[in-house]
Design a protein around this ligand. Structure first.
Ligand SMILES: [Zn+2]
Length: 362
């Protein structure tokens, strides 16, 4: 199939005269960040790329090259300059652990910088209208990364850099970040805690790593009310997460009216994931994705960028992303769930949200 044919085929009609062109950014350097035995491993992304290829999806997407040298001012807006220099210089012969969670290998700095470049390139392609929506298929993940240090498998905060790029270089003034990873995105929250230019909304398992993300963490100064945390109890699954979207995430975004929606797309809320005790299914992720696509369509001309975060069951991650792409291409019926539901789901009770909604004023 020629590129032109592929582009024509993936221009699907949405609404009246809209078309939906879907882009993705991937770079082989993302597969070179590795340490033996660590759950944040290249096989995660390798499974996603194999799934997209085997389902014939890559030819239907527009490849977006990563920004090779991410904008220095953007990096410095999110991270300390000394930390950035240290990360760029560090090239150990063999992987070394900085602490219990975080490792660096020879290629980690290059992978981390390229992941930021991928998030920025996807944001730019969407905001400039080259594609309607895009996926940054990156490693290492980013939402835990702090200003001066790696944290929670994350080296640089990809989604935060993407948002800063949209604000500082593309003249946007209101960005929504929806974080569906099972862990709270403490790094992203910290970056935007004192601003009203970004609305950060996170659903995550309460009291799980990194321990932040309480309901009462709501922002400060002019940022007060622009951080929205929905910590759900262990055992929560599709019913709770969908209710959280319906009761909080959707109305909060509708009220805010973002010009662009970024998604910290982590899939470790799945029941089979080894790193959380949530019980979501692939069908549940499909439903969350569908809500985000509809919301972006009604609020911001469909402008939506998914930036990969966690998800440590490779089958789940592969199918979650393939299903997302089918959905974005307008073929919801092609979404598959070969993994099924959790054997036990009794804790998936949306009434756990009542107190949270009262605290948040929803
Ligand atoms: Zn996670």
């Amino acid at each position: 199939m020629s590129t032109a044919d592929a582009q024509t085929r993936c221009r699907l009609r949405r609404g009246r005269s809209e078309t939906m062109l879907v882009g993705y950014c991937f770079d082989p350097i993302f597969l070179k960040h590795e340490a033996p035995g660590h759950p944040e491993r290249p096989e995660r992304l390798r499974a996603v790329m194999a799934g997209l290829a085997e389902e014939g999806l890559l030819g239907l997407l527009r490849p977006i090259p990563p920004a090779l040298e991410p904008d220095r001012d953007i990096l410095i807006a999110v991270h300390d300059e000394q930390y950035l220099q240290w990360l760029a210089r560090l090239e150990p012969e063999s992987p070394c652990f900085l602490d219990a969670d975080n490792y660096i290998c020879r290629h980690s700095g290059a992978a981390a910088y390229t992941a930021v470049g991928a998030a920025i390139a996807c944001v730019e392609a969407v905001v400039l209208g080259e594609v309607t929506c895009a996926l940054a298929l990156v490693r290492p993940p980013g939402h835990h990364a702090l200003r001066r240090r790696p944290y929670g498998f994350c080296l640089l905060n990809n989604v935060a850099c993407g948002a800063e790029y949209a604000l500082r270089r593309l003249s946007l003034s209101r960005i929504g970040i929806v974080d569906i990873d099972a862990h709270h995105g403490n790094g992203t929250q910290a970056q935007f805690y004192s601003t009203d230019a970004v609305l950060y909304i996170s659903t995550h398992q309460a009291k799980l790593f990194p321990g932040t993300g309480a309901v009462m963490e709501r922002g400060e100064g002019i940022g007060t009310g622009y951080t929205v945390n929905i910590p759900v109890p262990a055992g929560s699954g599709d019913a709770v997460l969908q209710a959280a979207f319906a009761r909080v995430t959707v109305p909060a975004l509708e009220h805010y009216r973002p010009e662009l929606i970024l998604v910290s797309a982590g899939y470790d809320a799945h029941w089979r994931d080894p790193l959380s005790a949530l019980t979501a299914t692939l069908r549940g992720f499909d439903s969350l994705h569908e809500t985000l696509v509809e919301l972006a369509g009604s609020l911001c001309e469909g402008r939506l960028v998914f930036v990969l975060e966690g998800g440590y069951d490779t089958d789940v991650l592969r199918h979650a992303i393939c299903n997302l792409v089918w959905l974005l291409l307008g073929q919801r019926e092609r979404c598959a769930d070969p993994v099924g539901s959790a054997p036990r789901r009794e804790a998936d009770d949306p009434s756990c949200l009542d107190l949270i909604c009262r605290e948040l004023g929803f």
